[in-house]
Unconditional design. Structure first.
Length: 329
């Protein structure tokens, strides 16, 4: 055996030993614990990316031990995060603007979609293909949130003297029933509400709310403290979640099968889960090639709307509200 051959063999053995040692070290490293505060129960189908990431072991593969806790309402989630009661949480993309105004140091670190979480859902037999809503009955879940603010923007776009949009605030169950039965012409809500309304035979059209108002998708939010102290773990969580969002958009059929195994009592048929995932992919997630990114222009526009409505008192640097460092390329 030549000296050169022995030297090469020795180097290979050393390299193999280093790789094995690194693998053992990674395996022995304790998982980072992440407490994620959900604004509603995890069984809500709009949280499917989290459910799928967890049941497929994507968080575990990212060396994360993830626990989900429900704190009703995105604003309450943000306040809890600011108090140190969790690492990450869910809210709408503009919630950090309101939280900063309330002295809660929280910002968005990823958006779960390129379009608004809320959608304009209308009956095809009542609203023309051009989307004209003048004189129509379009109800909303509240007169104090994005759903109504967007409706006001739509109404403001009509010529002076046109019939205004009629509206009433209803619960989600009432909105679904009223649209399915034809008592209203449409509503502003989530796509899964629309699919439930379709059970009554209604033919519905879906339109992204951000066509009219600077509304955003659900956001993953975190306190400044968590961003500073757990950045690597937060990045791994965001990447694993966004990967599942992309899978839902690309393969709604296969994702629906996985989701049904994870949530057998969802209350939806297989066909309905597939339809919801397709609608989420088209109307909410949008282009998943660069998922998770906030658009500075939209954030600034959202701040201006909240300022005009008296919901915040001053402007802040856009960087106070979000960061794109965790979403990746």
């Amino acid at each position: 055996m030549s000296a050169l051959w022995r030297t090469c063999a020795l180097r290979l053995l050393v390299a193999a030993g280093l790789v094995a040692a690194a693998a053992q070290s990674a395996a022995a490293r304790p998982a980072d614990t992440i407490t994620y505060l959900l604004p509603a129960p995890k069984e809500a189908i709009v949280f499917a990316p989290f459910v799928l990431a967890q049941i497929q072991g994507k968080y575990r593969a990212a060396n994360l031990d993830v626990h989900f806790v429900v704190v009703p309402g995105g604003f309450n989630v943000g306040k809890a995060l600011a108090r140190g009661e969790g690492d990450l949480g869910g809210a709408s993309g503009d919630t950090p603007i309101l939280l900063r105004a309330a002295d809660a140091p929280v910002k968005g670190i990823a958006l779960l979609g390129a379009h608004s979480f809320l959608t304009l859902v209308t009956r095809k037999d009542r609203v023309a293909d051009d989307g004209t809503l003048s004189g129509k009955r379009i109800d909303v879940p509240s007169f104090k949130d994005t759903s109504y603010y967007a409706l006001q923007e739509i109404e403001g776009g009509y010529p002076q003297g046109a019939l205004p949009i009629q509206s009433e605030a209803r619960s989600s169950a009432d909105l679904i029933a009223a649209l399915g039965e034809g008592k209203i012409d449409g509503f502003v809500g989530t796509v899964d509400w629309g699919v439930k309304a379709e059970r009554a035979g209604a033919q519905l059209a879906y339109r992204e709310l951000d066509d009219f108002y600077p509304a955003m998708a659900q956001a993953i939010i975190a306190s400044d403290h968590a961003i500073d102290t757990k950045s690597k773990a937060l990045k791994r969580f965001v990447r694993a979640t966004l990967a599942q969002l992309g899978r839902i958009a690309r393969d709604p059929e296969g994702s629906a099968t996985l989701y049904e195994r994870a949530v057998p009592d969802s209350g939806y048929s297989h066909a309905e889960v597939v339809r919801i995932f397709r609608l989420l992919g088209r109307e909410v997630y949008g282009d998943t090639r660069r998922p998770g990114k906030f658009d500075r222009k939209v954030v600034v526009q959202a701040e201006a709307e909240l300022l005009e409505r008296g919901l915040i008192a001053q402007r802040r640097p856009a960087a106070d509200y979000y960061t794109n460092r965790f979403a990746g390329g």
